[in-house]
Design a protein around this ligand. Sequence first.
Ligand code: CA2
Length: 152
Amino acid sequence: MPKPIYVLNGPNLNLLGSREPEVYGHATLNDVAAQTEAKASTLGLEIEFRQSNREGELVEWIQEARDSANGIIINAGAYTHTSVAILDALLAADVPCVEVHLSNLFAREEFRHHSYISPVAIGLICGFGPKGYEFAVEALAERIAADESAAQ
Ligand code: CA2
């Protein structure tokens, strides 16, 4: 049984679709999950889509991914800009990671321009709304396939 890709979402992303549509759009997090899952299935991949408002729970899921996932797609929300704990967990996870954000961080406030996650991610996708999650699945699928063929 192939391992899934963990798609991890941080604080307040459960509010998607209900507030600030001018920044984050009208899609709910369930819509994003369905879209991401549909994309993954076209590539023969499974995803495990989760959201938490708690930093420690996100850290535990990243630790779990080391054994249980083939890769991680993460939108850590505001923890992106603050969390050394999430950075350390990703460093220890030893699975490829793609960072995704709905909004274009660099078109927003200065404090959103720095990410603790970007240095350990294979890449950063931001500004494309929910479509960014699909791009992240494609990018991770290619990396996983490349790693597998290099290992043979
Ligand atoms: O653009 C993104 O995906 C962010 O990760 C979203 C975070 C923000 O702190 C990051 O800088 C960029 C905020 C998520 C909050 O989402 C809400 C959605 C609807 C209403 C209120 C908040």
